[in-house]
Design a protein around this ligand. Structure first.
Ligand SMILES: [Mg+2]
Length: 219
């Protein structure tokens, strides 16, 4: 079933635009999470970055020859515009996502999962965080483990839903933790009881892919 599902460049364009919309809607919430344990700029930073992507999207879409370049250029915008730790991390995610599908204008569902895996590996490589450090890796890594279990017989939409659910739980799991990375580290035990903002934004951003997959399932 999943082998009949192909995602084209327009799917990624729409997802990036929807992520930009999400960052506007969630900006104050993500910033308030970051105000609890960081420097209170997470939502604002991401909205600046994604505004840059949406402002340039029509040109990016026309000028890029494949999905990889569209994502790579979008990631470069995040990298250049977003301050704090999240810019380089999300920037790397999108820059590396399409590396294995260079030259393609549509990808299979399995290739799409591979792209998410590459993105997560890039975040891991760049941030060097472990599970339990109270970072976005607490959401991404359990998600990655789910992606590794994919079998072609599975329903692609339910499978991706499972990926999101596990990421969401991973974000919840940061609440009782002391931070081992970032500014929250300085708070020591005072970070306990607060959710890590990057873990929350990461599952919510991936949920945009989930929502757009569901749109595809209804066509
Ligand atoms: Mg911050």
């Amino acid at each position: 079933m999943s082998e009949q599902l192909y995602l084209d460049k327009a799917f990624f364009k729409q997802s990036l635009l929807d992520m930009a919309k999400l960052t506007e809607e969630q900006r104050d919430y993500w910033t308030s999470l970051d105000s609890d344990i960081g420097d209170g700029d997470h939502g604002v930073n991401l909205s600046i970055g994604f505004r840059g992507i949406s402002a340039q999207m029509n040109d990016l879409y026309e000028e890029t020859e494949d999905i990889h370049s569209l994502l790579k250029k979008s990631g470069m915008i995040l990298l250049s515009k977003v301050g704090g730790a999240s810019g380089p991390l999300y920037g790397s995610f999108f820059m590396k996502m399409g590396e294995d599908v260079t030259g393609k204008n549509q990808v299979s569902y399995s290739e799409f999962l591979g792209m998410i895996k590459n993105g997560i590996a890039a975040v891991q490589h760049r941030g060097k965080a472990q599970v339990g450090d109270k970072t976005m890796i607490d959401a991404f890594l359990p998600g990655l483990e789910v992606l590794e279990t994919y079998q072609v017989e599975e329903d692609p939409y339910q499978f991706f839903e499972k990926f999101i659910e596990v990421m969401k739980k991973g974000a919840e799991s940061t609440i009782p933790l002391v931070a081992n990375k970032g500014r929250a580290m300085r708070l020591g035990e005072r970070a306990i009881g607060h959710k890590d903002p990057g873990s929350e934004s990461s599952w919510m951003l991936m949920d945009i892919f989930n929502k757009n997959l569901k749109v595809r399932s209804e066509i």
